[in-house]
Design a protein around this ligand. Structure first.
Ligand SMILES: Nc1ncnc2c1ncn2[C@@H]1O[C@H](COP(=O)(O)OP(=O)(O)OP(=O)(O)O)[C@@H](O)[C@H]1O
Length: 261
C-alpha cells in the first residue's frame, strides 16, 4: 500500500521561504486528506512542493508507490485547457503526456471509464474551449485521473462546481481512493465538505501547519476563531455530520460584546 508522510517540509518561491515546518503522520492509500486554511496560507505551495515543482527543506517520505515520485499527480487550481481539443482528446493527451504516443485499447477503456464515472459523456466530443467553468473543472479532474495517480493532490477541485456536482465528485473521489488505494489530498475552502468527505485534515495557516487530525478534531470553534477569524459553532446534520454555522466575524462580535458590556 502506498503511504506518504511529510517531514519538516518547507518551500521557497524564489528566495523567499513561504512554507516551513510541515510534519505529518503517515497518510495511507485509501484515505482522503483535506488541506484547509485561509487564502495565501500556503496550501498550493505545499502541493507544488510535494509534487516536486518547488524547492525547499525537508522530505516527502513516499513508500509503496509502484511508480515512485511519478505516482504523485498534481491537479493545479488554474488549469490551462487546450481549447482546440475535444474533451476526449484532452484526457487522452493528459494520459499520454511523457510517454510513447501509441494509443492502445487499454488507454481507451480507461478513458471511457473515467468519462462515464464523472458523467461527462454528453460533452466528450465538444471542444474544451466551449465549456463552462464547472465543466472545464470536471474535465481537469478527468485529465488528472487519466494519469493513474498513486498520490493525488487536488487543488480546489470543486471550487467552480454546483452543489450537486461537488457532492458527486467528492463522493466519487472518496470511492476511487478506497477502491484503488490512492492517497487523495484535496485543498478545499468548504469546511463542511471537508467534514463530510475527509478522513484526515491538515490546517495550513501563515505558511505553517497549524493542526492535523480527523476533521472533527480539527474543525472546532477555536480553529474558526483563531485561523478564520469568525465566530462559529459546529452542529450536526440529520446524518450526524458536523456542519459549521457561522455567527459572524470574530472581531466584530468581540467589538459588539465589549460595547454591550
Ligand atoms: N509564484 C509565486 N511567486 C512568489 N510568491 C508566490 C507565488 N505563488 C504564491 N506565492 C505566495 O506564497 C504564499 C502562499 O500562496 P499559496 O498560493 O500557496 O496560498 P493558498 O493557501 O493556496 O491560497 P488560496 O487559498 O488563496 O489559493 C502567498 O503569500 C503567495 O503570495
Amino acid at each position: 500500500m502506498v503511504t506518504i508522510r511529510l517531514d519538516d517540509l518547507g518551500a521557497f518561491h524564489g528566495t523567499r521561504l513561504v512554507l516551513s515546518d510541515v510534519s505529518t503522520p503517515i497518510f495511507r492509500g485509501g484515505e482522503v486528506v483535506a488541506v484547509i486554511g485561509p487564502n495565501a496560507a500556503g496550501k498550493s505551495t505545499l502541493f507544488k512542493r510535494i509534487a516536486g515543482l518547488l524547492e525547499g527543506p525537508g522530505r516527502v517520505c513516499l513508500e509503496g508507490a509502484v511508480k515512485g515520485p511519478d505516482g504523485i499527480c498534481y491537479m493545479p487550481q488554474d488549469t490551462a485547457a487546450n481549447a482546440v481539443l475535444t474533451v476526449y482528446e484532452s484526457i487522452l493527451l493528459a494520459r499520454k503526456q511523457g510517454s510513447a504516443w501509441s494509443v492502445g485499447d487499454g488507454d481507451l477503456a480507461l478513458i471511457d471509464g473515467i468519462v462515464a464515472a464523472l458523467s461527462i459523456a454528453d460533452i466528450a466530443f465538444r471542444n474544451v474551449g466551449e465549456l463552462s467553468g464547472g465543466q472545464r473543472q470536471v474535465v481537469s479532474i478527468a485529465q488528472t485521473l487519466a494519469r493513474e495517480p498513486e498520490i493525488l493532490l487536488m487543488d480546489e477541485p470543486t471550487s467552480a462546481l454546483d452543489l450537486h456536482r461537488q457532492v458527486e465528485v467528492l463522493s466519487f473521489m472518496r470511492g476511487l481512493a478506497r477502491k484503488h488505494g490512492i492517497a487523495v489530498l484535496i485543498a478545499i475552502h468548504d469546511l463542511n465538505q471537508a467534514l463530510r468527505f475527509a478522513d484526515k485534515c491538515i490546517v495550513i495557516a501563515e505558511g505553517r501547519m497549524f493542526a492535523c487530525g480527523t476533521p472533527e478534531e480539527v474543525v472546532t470553534p477555536a480553529l474558526l476563531r483563531d485561523v478564520y477569524r469568525v465566530e462559529a459553532r459546529i452542529e450536526r446534520c440529520s446524518r450526524g455530520i458536523g456542519h459549521v454555522m457561522v455567527d459572524g466575524v470574530a472581531d466584530e462580535t468581540a467589538a459588539a460584546a465589549s460595547m454591550a458590556a
